[in-house]
Design a binder for this molecule. Sequence first.
Ligand SMILES: Cc1cc2nc3c(=O)[nH]c(=O)nc-3n(C[C@H](O)[C@H](O)[C@H](O)COP(=O)(O)OP(=O)(O)OC[C@H]3O[C@@H](n4cnc5c(N)ncnc54)[C@H](O)[C@@H]3O)c2cc1C
Ligand SMILES: *[C@@H]1O[C@H](CO)[C@@H](O)[C@H](O)[C@H]1NC(C)=O
Ligand SMILES: *[C@@H]1O[C@H](CO)[C@@H](O)[C@H](O)[C@H]1NC(C)=O
Ligand SMILES: *[C@@H]1O[C@H](CO)[C@@H](O)[C@H](O)[C@H]1NC(C)=O
Ligand SMILES: *[C@@H]1O[C@H](CO)[C@@H](O)[C@H](O)[C@H]1NC(C)=O
Length: 597
Amino acid sequence: MTKMLFLGILLLSVILVDGHLPHELPDYVLPDSVPLKDGDSFDYIVVGAGGAGTPAAARLALSGASVLLVEAGGDPNLNTRIPGLYSTLLGSALDWQYPTVTNNMSCLSSVGKQCRFGRGKCLGGSTSINFMMYVRGNHRDYNELGFNGWAWEDLKPYFLKYEGLQDLDKLPYTSIPYHNTTGTMKIGFFANPENSWHSRTIRGYRHLNFPYNYDVNAKSQIGISQVIGYVHEGERMSTARGYLARDDVKSALKVTKNTHCTGVILDKRNNAIGIKAVVKGRTLQLYARKEVIISAGTIGTPQILMLSGIGPKAHLKDLGIPVRADLPVGDSLTDHVFPQLYVSVNPDTSLPSQDEAMERWLYNRTGPLASIGITDLTAFLNTRCYDIIQRKLIYNSSDCEISTMQLANSYVGLYQPSSSLNEGIAQQLTAANKNKALILFGPLVLRPFSRGSIRLASRDPLQKPSIFPNYLSDERDVDEMLRGIIIVEHLMETPEYKAHYASIVHLKLPGCPEYANDREGYWRCYCRHMTSSLLHAVGTARLGPVVDPQQRVHGVKRLRVADLSVLPEVPRGNTAAVAIAIGERVADVILKDAKKF
Ligand SMILES: Cc1cc2nc3c(=O)[nH]c(=O)nc-3n(C[C@H](O)[C@H](O)[C@H](O)COP(=O)(O)OP(=O)(O)OC[C@H]3O[C@@H](n4cnc5c(N)ncnc54)[C@H](O)[C@@H]3O)c2cc1C
Ligand SMILES: *[C@@H]1O[C@H](CO)[C@@H](O)[C@H](O)[C@H]1NC(C)=O
Ligand SMILES: *[C@@H]1O[C@H](CO)[C@@H](O)[C@H](O)[C@H]1NC(C)=O
Ligand SMILES: *[C@@H]1O[C@H](CO)[C@@H](O)[C@H](O)[C@H]1NC(C)=O
Ligand SMILES: *[C@@H]1O[C@H](CO)[C@@H](O)[C@H](O)[C@H]1NC(C)=O
């Protein structure tokens, strides 16, 4: 992939004309930064131009209010626009690359035993660097929350409000009530990756009796699906493109880039009256006449709150930060976690060359680079409904609708040692990749029991916070992983995979039993070594103890949180869709509240 990236940059630099792509389709232009002075004021300030903050700010501005959107990063680069380069963005300059603290029980084969915690740092936030899969989760995720205004039927209008599905005609009629075709986020199926492992993988799951599910965002999630993506005319659809590139939004909204928020300004009566932010080394005080909305994500948001004196009393006291509201900010971090399982297979030799693929994308926005390979395939299931003896997914109870696992995958033609796995593992994977392709399988635990936390590392607002993912501190999460590994083992024995000599790579892991001697012991140990996350963390400013159902922070006035940190539990699915819905929702709630006065 690094090779592909390099090639991409090379080709782009040769072909780029005035920074624009040779393109017959309309290009899009993101807003410029507004010049700011110390003391400037607005009706609303929204911090973080990511999945949730961007729609929140755009909708407030379109209502006629004066709104400033504050983003620590700059513009996303051209690589973010090419779907096929999705796996090169993590670890790049657009990633915060947060370090994490080990719990000595997970990610043991990563460098420094540190689990990787990437997040987007640019307009669009993580939606500019993510894998673009459009999945809303299970309706139960919202019904189970038990908060007013957060049930599926309450949130559905916000999901629909932004959805601009271009491919409704490719879905069954029963899908119609679940979609909108005219929203601002234009989405659709990815291009054909032209990789024979795509259809083979679907047939493999079908062999294990997984139903083919045409639409994970309709009635049921269960089965093997090709999901819709945040992709339009062969290019990524981030919230930056979907909202900020619109002319009406550009003329209504003020955006400031490369502006790092370092705290909320509270007056003596705990009213949030503005923020502090560092721009080009200068600290500015910026004021909000009505409200401040923090949308800096599951890591950025608790950091800003704690720096402002909103957080656990003992921790703030330790750092000498005056306590303004004693709340469990930063607690209850939870995330989708999986063991990275590498499968060695015969490569697809008919794939177009990298040069050809790049040329096709550049001129026509088609070909494998307009896809995310086989990653748009995903399977949802309740592992308790997989019959190990019969090797098939069954449906013997209504609980089988409650997914406990998502099986994700990624085709790795040429393995490039990643910065996160240690040298010993990288060497084994490079060896396994000789004359073979690798497919990475991720059996994701959708509802982990383990909980982590976020704390300030220091009072310095520009220092990254301490992240304790604490994955696999609860053995039940490993139990669930084991149930998933068995399914991947069975998948390898389906005729589709077997015919192409597929086999799981049994990595040699120091301190783990041999696979041949103790299969279960090996896999349990493997899960603790090869732990990874799909970067869906939530929970650090959660509904209930930290914010009320209107997303107002307890004990403080005029301050709301709008991003994934408000969700107490991670949804059973990829998280960008709900992040955008949360941004749409907060704008609606604020505007309704404003009318009351
Ligand atoms: C590599 C990767 C792959 C993923 N794949 C998928 C996928 O395929 N499908 C899916 O649905 N989800 C996916 N996700 C998850 C999804 O993108 C995120 O859950 C979602 O974008 C979160 O939205 P958010 O608004 O909470 O935070 P973000 O989108 O992360 O936005 C937070 C914003 O706040 C800014 N910020 C942070 N701190 C400050 C500060 N102090 N001052 C100013 N600005 C600040 C950040 O720069 C960022 O722009 C993926 C995530 C990653 C990282
Ligand atoms: C992990 O192990 C290191 C080295 O032994 C130790 O310093 C650290 O405190 C341990 N961390 C935890 C959370 O146990
Ligand atoms: C579909 O999107 C349009 C444009 O945002 C919006 O006006 C309309 O209300 C949406 N439809 C539904 C059912 O939400
Ligand atoms: C682009 O599409 C046109 C029309 O289908 C085709 O003739 C041309 O060869 C394509 N260009 C590339 C580089 O694939
Ligand atoms: C359904 O089948 C699974 C797998 O065979 C079994 O473990 C489970 O107990 C069954 N559940 C019910 C309600 O029969």
